[in-house]
Design a protein around this ligand. Structure first.
Ligand code: PNS
Length: 171
């Protein structure tokens, strides 16, 4: 049984992430998509929302499980018996940081290898932050995220933006 962990913020999951999950599921018997809890970034969606969205869009993809983790990624990999960490590479600009993380993880624990998968060219420019930005201002995100999530994502972010906007007016 070959287990891989696909870690990330998934704030929210995009079509690019889903593409990587599907590709990983063809290579590994078990792919655990693991949402980082203790991030320095302040997420727009709670861990519960992010895992719920991931569960919804990965339903029916064989061998895929959704979980969340705290602390070091390699400790989580040890805990679940994973021998690979999946990372999606979009552009060369991703590489330097990803390379640094891969080498750091290997220094800490040599029992897990990082596997880089490239997304399809149509998803190369995509990121969760771009999706949040477009959704916040009422733009069309239907090409960026799984169709069944568009409403949920827009509803939350437009609402947040309205709240932030009304705060400004009151000042
Ligand atoms: O989607 P993101 O935010 O780019 O994912 C980053 C993530 C979760 C892969 C990375 O921050 C991570 O692995 N965090 C866990 C803490 C850790 O193990 N750090 C040491 C590796 S450099």
């Amino acid at each position: 049984m070959r287990t891989a962990v696909y870690p990330g913020s998934f704030d929210p999951v995009t079509n690019g992430h889903l593409d990587v999950i599907k590709r990983a599921s063809r290579i590994f018997d078990r792919v655990i998509v693991a949402v980082l809890v203790n991030s320095a970034k302040k997420p727009a969606f709670s861990v519960a929302e992010r895992t719920q969205m991931l569960s919804k869009v990965t339903q029916g993809i064989e061998g895929v499980e959704i979980d969340h983790f705290n602390g070091l990624l390699v400790d989580y990999c040890k805990k679940v018996g994973a021998t690979a960490i999946i990372k999606g590479l979009r552009a060369v600009s991703d590489f330097e940081y990803e390379f640094q993380m891969a080498l750091t993880n290997r220094q800490i624990y040599d029992g897990v290898d990082t596997v880089f998968l490239t997304t399809t060219s149509e998803h190369m420019y995509l990121s969760s932050s771009i999706v949040r930005e477009v959704a916040r201002y009422g733009g069309d995100i239907s090409k960026f995220v799984p169709q069944e999530l568009t409403e949920q994502i827009c509803r939350k972010l437009i609402h947040e933006e309205k709240m932030a906007g009304s705060g400004e007016v009151e000042k």
